[in-house]
Design a protein around this ligand. Structure first.
Ligand SMILES: [Zn+2]
Length: 410
């Protein structure tokens, strides 16, 4: 294959995936004004429903704008040999392959983050603000960015540095070592994210004694579940949108409730949401999802090992000296159709798990408070009640409210 052919394959993948996304978004937008199913008539009142329609439309238009600009910027970068330019820049800093790669990705990441900052700023302080969701102070917004950069630099730097080092010392077998280190890292993140990373961004406090805590404990002991780690985080620091999730396993397992959830839902509804989370744990969803992620990573790295040594990958991007980091960029785009498919599979699995967790909550606690809790959450985040089925299939990690409602009513 000629380098030019590979170059145009890469460009074609970028354009086709943009078109697929736009078509899905467009189909979904055509359903915005659909009549509401009878079961969901009472989620919004007239005025709130109008507001949710306006919110969806505004998000949709903003989505078209950002993805179009992002595609144009990416294509310009490819056509004007941006990667060759940054590669040269990085090579002027050092002769060491690992340092070059770290500088290379550092420049690319920071540049793309700076370009996307005006858009995320507009999204938070104009759109979310207008609909009353935004609670983020400007200081928090920029501090989050800074912390994100630092964390990315430390974690990304260590992992990437290790992987390139494996590549240089073990050659083709590097993917096995890389898989090992990423697996260890993933498991550690699963276990300790809430303990070490989350506190950098949020304040978390143990749920205080009181009727909510005792209701949760009564439920937990009824289903034979030791749950001593129940934390409340200050989600209200950033947004009015509410959430709750389960993380970790073994003695590190814990439930995290947003303070916004505690404000919006009554105690019965919170216990029902928690019962759903316990269902995820009891049905081993956390372990299965983690295992699936590890297998996918192994597969990706193995494929990478077949391509990375080929000078064609660098030549396609008009870089004369082949290197791991340039190969990684080309591979990243070439792999995206496959990751699109594994993403669909993971979403499908995740939706299955949501039904199972809902059923668990229904069987061990009760369906009505879960239904009313979900309705409140939907209402307060102005969520879409009538998404297009294709859009749900491609993007939804949870079934729609209607699907969950019907399943819980069965
Ligand atoms: Zn769930």
């Amino acid at each position: 294959m000629k380098p030019e052919t590979l170059f145009y394959i890469i460009i074609a993948i970028l354009i086709v995936s943009f078109i697929i996304d736009q078509v899905l978004d467009y189909l979904n937008a055509k359903y915005f004004n659909d009549t509401l199913p009878a079961e969901l008539q009472n989620v919004f009142d007239e005025e709130e429903y109008k507001k949710s329609q306006a919110y969806k439309k505004e998000r949709y238009k903003f989505g078209i704008l950002t993805s179009a600009i992002s595609l144009i910027a990416t294509l310009l970068f490819f056509f004007f040999d941006g990667f060759a330019f940054v590669d040269e820049l990085a090579r002027s800093v050092s002769n060491h392959e690992i340092i070059i790669a770290l500088v290379f990705f550092g420049i690319i990441m920071i540049a793309s983050d700076i370009l996307s900052t005006p858009f995320s700023y507009y999204s938070t302080f104009v759109i979310e603000e207008k609909y009353g969701f935004n609670k983020t102070a400007r200081k928090t917004f920029f501090l989050d960015k800074l912390k994100g950069w630092l964390m990315g630099a430390v974690i990304g730097g260590v992992l990437l540095g290790a992987i390139i080092w494996f590549y240089e010392t073990t050659g083709k077998n590097f993917w096995l070592y890389a898989w090992g280190i990423i697996t260890v890292f993933t498991v550690l993140m699963n276990l300790f994210y809430a303990r070490f990373i989350l506190p950098l961004f949020n304040k978390q406090t143990p749920l205080e004694d009181g009727s909510l805590r005792s209701q949760i404990e009564t439920y937990a002991s009824k289903v034979g579940f030791t749950l001593d780690k129940i934390f409340v985080i200050d989600g209200s620091k950033r947004s009015t949108k509410a959430n709750a999730y389960f993380s970790g396993f073994g003695s590190e397992k814990r439930v995290t409730l947003y303070d916004t959830l505690i404000n919006d839902l009554n105690e019965e509804e919170i216990v029902a949401v928690l019962a759903h989370e316990v269902g995820h744990y009891k049905r081993n969803h956390i372990i299965i999802t983690l295992f699936a992620a590890i297998v996918t990573t192994g597969f990706t790295l193995w494929l990478l090992s077949l391509f990375i040594g080929n000078p064609l990958m660098s030549e396609a991007l008009h870089v004369s000296k082949p290197s791991f980091h340039i190969g990684l960029i080309a591979f990243g785009v070439l792999y995206s159709p496959i990751s699109g498919i594994t993403g669909l599979l993971m979403n499908y699995l995740s939706r299955k798990f949501e039904y199972q967790a809902d059923n668990y909550a229904k069987n061990t606690y009760a369906a009505p408070p879960l239904i009313s809790g979900l309705k409140k959450l939907t209402k307060n985040s102005l969520s879409d009640l009538t998404p297009h089925p294709f859009y749900v299939f491609a993007h939804y990690s949870h079934p729609t409210l209607l699907q969950r409602f019907r399943n819980l009513r069965k």
